[in-house]
Design a protein around this ligand. Structure first.
Ligand code: ATP
Ligand code: MG
Length: 301
C-alpha cells in the first residue's frame, strides 16, 4: 500500500489524542483505558503494525540524517509506571543509535541548580539530522516543581521573583521556546502517557511481587501517588498552555501498553512524514565525480 494511504488510515487512530490548541482541552475527556475500539484480541495485529511502524521510522530517520536540515525532538512525560521507558525501547528499537540520543532528566544536580532552569535541557537539544528523546523534560519545571513549590528554593530563584504567577510565566516561556525551536527547524512532538491511578497501583503491586521487577519499585513513587490530583491539574494546565500546531501534545491512553506504543509510533512517523524529507540530490559535477570514481574502481579490479 502507498505510504500516503497508510498515513490516511492511521490518522483516525491518532487524531483523537492530538492536542494542537489547549483552550478546550480537558484531561478528563481522555480515558486511560481507551483502545479506540481495538480489542485485546487484536494485540497480535497491533504488534505487527508496530513492527511496520518501527521499520518506517528507521527509514525516516535515515532520510532525516542525510537531509541534515531538520532535527526532531520527542518529549515523554508521565506519572510513574506509565511506561515511558518501555515505550521508548519498543518504538525506537529500529533506529540507528548514531542518529538518536535519549536524555533522562532526574532531580537536578548542584551544577544544574546553579543555572537558569532551561540550561540543562537546551544543552541536550538535538542537532539537525538527529532525533532527541527527552525522558522527562523542561515540563518538570511546571509539574513536579509546581506540585512541590519548595523546590523553587532549591532552584535558587531569588525570593522576590517567586510570584504567584511564576508557573503561568514559565508556561508562556515554554510555549515561546517551542515556537523558537520550530522556527529553527527543530520539530517538536510531546507525549503525555496517561495512565489511570488504578492501573498504576496494579503495576506497583507487580513491582513488589515479581522478583525481576523488585528493583523498579520506589517508595518515593508511592508517596507521589498521594499528589495525584495536583499532578493531574498541573498536567492539564501545562497541556492547555503549550499545545500548538507546531508543537502538539499527544495525550495517549496508557493503561494498555500495546495500544500506547502503537499511537506513539504512528504519531512520530506522521510528524517526520510531515517534513517531506528526501535524500539530497547530487548535482552534475558530483555525478561526474561519481562516474569517474566508479571507472577508477573498475580499473583497479
Ligand atoms: P524510572 O522510574 O522509570 O527509572 P523516572 O523518570 O521516574 O524513571 P526517577 O529517578 O524515578 O526516574 O525519578 C526522577 C525524578 O526526578 C522524578 O520524580 C521527577 O519528577 C524528578 N525531577 C525531574 N526533573 C526535576 C526537576 N527539574 N526538579 C525536581 N525534580 C525533578
Ligand atoms: Mg521513577
Amino acid at each position: 500500500m502507498k505510504r500516503k494511504r497508510v498515513l490516511d488510515r492511521i490518522e483516525p487512530f491518532i487524531s483523537p489524542y492530538r492536542v494542537t490548541s489547549g483552550k478546550k482541552f480537558r484531561l478528563a475527556d481522555i480515558d486511560p483505558g481507551d483502545t479506540h475500539g481495538l480489542k485485546s484480541e487484536s494485540k497480535a495485529e497491533a504488534k505487527e503494525m508496530l513492527r511496520r511502524g518501527v521499520e518506517w521510522l528507521e527509514e525516516l530517520q535515515d532520510k532525516l540524517y542525510a537531509n541534515d536540515h531538520w532535527g526532531q525532538l520527542v518529549i515523554f512525560q508521565a506519572m510513574d509506571a506509565a511506561g515511558k521507558d518501555s515505550t521508548i525501547k519498543h518504538v525506537m528499537s529500529g533506529v540507528n543509535p548514531q542518529g538518536c540520543q535519549v536524555f533522562s532528566f532526574k532531580q537536578p544536580s548542584p551544577e544544574e541548580l546553579d543555572h537558569d532552569y532551561m540550561w540543562r535541557y537546551s544543552k541536550c537539544m538535538p542537532e539537525r539530522g538527529r532525533i532527541g528523546i527527552f525522558n522527562r523534560s523542561y515540563y518538570e519545571e511546571v509539574l513536579v516543581v509546581r506540585v512541590h513549590q519548595e523546590l523553587l528554593k532549591n532552584e535558587k530563584i531569588p525570593k522576590r521573583l517567586i510570584t504567584k504567577n511564576i508557573f503561568e510565566h514559565r508556561l508562556e516561556f515554554i510555549r515561546a521556546y517551542e515556537d523558537y525551536l520550530s522556527q529553527n527547524g527543530i520539530n517538536v512532538v510531546k507525549f503525555f502517557l496517561h495512565v489511570s491511578k488504578d492501573e498504576q497501583e496494579r503495576r506497583f503491586r507487580e513491582r513488589l511481587t515479581r522478583p525481576e521487577k523488585n528493583w523498579k519499585f520506589s517508595n518515593h513513587d508511592l508517596q507521589e501517588r498521594s499528589n495525584w490530583k495536583a499532578y493531574m491539574n498541573a498536567y492539564e494546565e501545562a497541556i492547555r498552555a503549550t499545545a500548538t500546531a507546531n508543537a502538539p501534545w499527544y495525550v495517549v491512553p496508557a493503561d494498555n501498553k500495546w495500544f500506547t506504543r502503537l499511537i506513539v509510533a504512528g504519531a512520530i512517523v506522521q510528524s517526520l512524514e510531515n517534513l517531506d524529507l528526501s535524500y539530497p540530490v547530487i548535482d552534475k559535477q558530483q555525478m561526474a565525480d561519481l562516474q569517474r570514481a566508479k571507472e577508477e574502481l573498475i580499473g583497479l579490479s
